[in-house]
Ligand binder design. Structure first.
Ligand code: PYC
Length: 340
């Protein structure tokens, strides 16, 4: 028997998409900013990341969240999100999961809850109903109607937008967005991602576009659209994707299709929904701390819009992950990725 390491966790799902929050036993990160802490986590604690979210303790779809001390005045915590292949800049469903986890642990009450992320501060609100809204980092469209040619010969067009991660948002894909087609949709989205890389299409200042969002009609009245979002590690988002919803809101606002404060509903491929709306950033000097940042580490600056996304998470499990030094796959099994 080897020495056991214990890592305390709480699992939740937000619209079907799981989040595992590490509440004890995680690494202490170096850095005075959340971005330097994220870089430190990526450089020194990749085995920890894999042990927490990859098989046999997790799965490709699981998103992890490591809590840190806050870096902003009035924030409750800092948070580094990670998945089966690396770190995320931000995560919307994960933010809702973190807030529900903190509520479950008795650490927060209904009201505003500031969280620091590597791309800026987000301000969540826990509602009495159990719903959670979060005001995201500034989100914006970088390029409009960018064509790419897939390996199959099909050409699709999409907008490139930042919602806390980089997205390619595509409507002319010709795919039927049904859960029973998840494998085919995943394959299609990989082709899009590969085409973006092959053709050198990126976000601002070379930012990797690692989220592909297909949009189509919803069968439900009052729902603006249904989406299918492929995440960086090849899993599809079971929720409507909080950062993807933010990217879509930014495009809708720039197209004049929604007004400030007008609420829309987006449905995920599994049928779960997020509500979303935008406001314009406050004038310089009146901005909340961190507003006007949020650029994927690329150094670019855009005012864009400030999206608010609302959804709900439910706690599904809590306990200790056990890492036995003598276990040859203590650090989890890496996700085999296609050649992107
Ligand atoms: O909700 O932003 C999100 C997200 C990103 C990856 C998975 N979920």
């Amino acid at each position: 028997m080897g020495a056991l390491r214990r890592i305390r966790f709480v699992d939740s799902h937000t619209g079907g998409e799981p989040t595992r929050v590490i509440v004890n036993g995680g690494p202490d990160l170096d850095g005075a900013t959340m971005e330097t802490r994220r870089a430190d986590f990526a450089a020194r604690f990749d085995a920890f990341r894999s042990a927490v979210v990859n098989e046999p303790r997790g799965s490709d779809v699981l998103v992890g969240a490591l809590l840190t001390e806050p870096v902003s005045l009035d924030s409750v915590a800092g948070v580094i999100f990670f998945n089966n292949v690396g770190t995320l800049w931000m995560c919307g469903h994960g933010t809702i999961g973190v807030v529900e986890t903190l509520r479950h642990l008795g650490r927060v009450e209904p009201g505003p809850i500031g969280l620091d992320t590597p791309v800026g501060r987000v301000v969540a609100t826990l509602h009495e109903s159990g719903d959670v809204s979060f005001e995201n980092v500034p989100s914006y469209r970088h390029r409009t109607a960018v064509p790419v040619r897939l390996a199959s010969g099909q050409t699709v067009t999409g907008d490139i937008a930042w919602g806390g991660n980089w997205f390619y948002l595509c409507q002319d894909h010709g795919q039927v967005l049904e859960l029973s087609r998840a494998a085919a949709l995943t394959e299609f989205c990989w082709q899009v991602r590969e085409a973006l890389e092959r053709e050198g299409v990126t976000g601002a200042e070379g930012g990797l576009i690692d989220h592909i969002e297909l949009l189509g009609p919803s069968a439900h009245p009052g729902v603006l659209a249904k989406n299918f979002v492929l995440c960086p590690g090849g899993a599809y988002d079971r929720s409507p994707c909080g950062t993807g919803t933010s990217a879509k809101l930014a495009c809708l606002f720039e197209d004049g299709k929604i007004a400030e404060g007008e609420e829309i509903v987006l449905e995920s491929i599994t049928g779960s929904v997020f509500r979303g709306k935008v406001r314009k950033p406050l004038p310089l000097g009146a901005q909340r701390e961190g507003e006007g940042v949020g650029d994927g580490g690329s150094g670019s600056r855009s005012n864009g819009v400030i999206p608010t996304v609302t959804g709900r998470a439910w706690v599904t499990a809590e306990g200790d992950l056990l890492l036995d030094r003598s276990d040859p796959i203590r650090d989890g099994l890496p996700t085999p990725l296609r050649g992107t």
